[in-house]
Design a protein around this ligand. Structure first.
Ligand code: PEP
Ligand code: MN
Length: 290
């Protein structure tokens, strides 16, 4: 860690346990920029970011269909897991390096930035070679070895809230990354576990304005994992934008009924396009663009 003396003085004045992540440390707010092949994108400015794509990279054809569709709907960042953290060891674990190669091809062909998950510290360099943004999933939010590793990587990090984590714990996880000098962090509310059974998780909408008050880091919402139900993705996306979210992470699959993971929460491309159109008036109402 290489912190300047004036910054150390600022840290001393911050009373929260998360120092570098706190709003007091940087009252103005942070805009995280990242690069796709042809265009730059950023999160935390006036323009909302939508990161869309399937849960997992399954094939080149699947990714080409999704990339074309999300790009047409106005998306600049493509998601898709090559390393999947599955609850069961018998579920599809992702295509690994081949998946990363397919993602890089999509960036070259469509000019979309690539957001993909890294699940172990030893894979960080490999994933960073292909990805524009490194995703830390909910299951790994408190994996401190992984947080140290992405802190040292020269890539922005999308840090998802653990399914049983408090906001303070999320901000402390961000602090690990920040302590290495990597301040390009996007926080993501993806739902937490509650007693409710109709949804996969419960989206904590209040986390959005609260995190924005507590921290200078941009915040996005993932209504796909947050609800687990495709019919709830549109309404919860609109609520997230209305609450001040800087963007959304949304699962889109050309044939959700055949998806190898998370089919029930994935939108088909045509429904996704309709949802994007419905978001624009909400964005405008809160002074944002899409
Ligand atoms: C994902 O983004 O596909 C994922 C596994 O999400 P989470 O870590 O939020 O469960
Ligand atoms: Mn998923």
């Amino acid at each position: 860690m290489n912190i300047r003396i004036d910054e150390l003085k600022k840290i001393e004045r911050v009373s929260q346990p998360f120092k570098l992540a706190s709003r007091d440390f940087r009252p103005k707010g942070t805009v995280v920029s990242f690069n796709g092949a042809c265009m730059g994108s950023s999160v935390g400015g006036r323009e909302l970011v939508v990161i869309a794509g399937p849960c997992a990279v399954e094939s080149r054809e699947q990714m080409r269909e999704v990339s074309q569709a999300v790009m047409k709907a106005g998306v600049k960042a493509l998601r898709g897991g090559a390393f999947k953290p599955r609850t069961s060891p018998y579920s599809f674990q992702g295509l690994g390096r081949e998946g990363l190669e397919i993602l890089a091809e999509m960036r070259a062909e469509f000019g979309l930035a690539v957001v993909t998950e890294v699940i172990s510290p030893q894979d960080v360099d490999l994933v960073a070679e292909y990805a524009d943004v490194l995703q830390i999933g909910a299951r790994n939010m408190p994996n401190y070895a992984l947080l140290h590793a992405v802190g040292k990587a020269q890539r922005p990090v999308l840090l998802k809230r653990g399914m049983m984590s408090t906001l303070k714990e999320l901000l402390m996880a961000a602090e690990y990354i920040l302590s290495h000098g990597n301040d390009r962090i996007i926080l993501c509310e993806r739902g937490i576990r509650t007693f409710e059974k109709y949804t996969r998780n419960t989206v904590d909408i209040s986390a959005v304005p609260l995190l924005k008050r507590l921290s200078h880091l941009p915040v996005i919402v993932d209504p796909s994992h947050g609800t687990g139900k495709r019919e709830l993705v549109g309404p919860v996306s609109r609520a997230a934008v209305a609450a001040g979210s800087d963007g959304l992470l949304i699962e889109v699959h050309p044939q959700p009924e055949e998806a190898l993971s998370d089919g029930p929460q994935s939108l088909k491309p045509d429904r996704f396009a309709v949802m994007m159109r419905g978001l624009r008036p909400v964005a405008e109402a809160v002074g944002r663009t899409l």
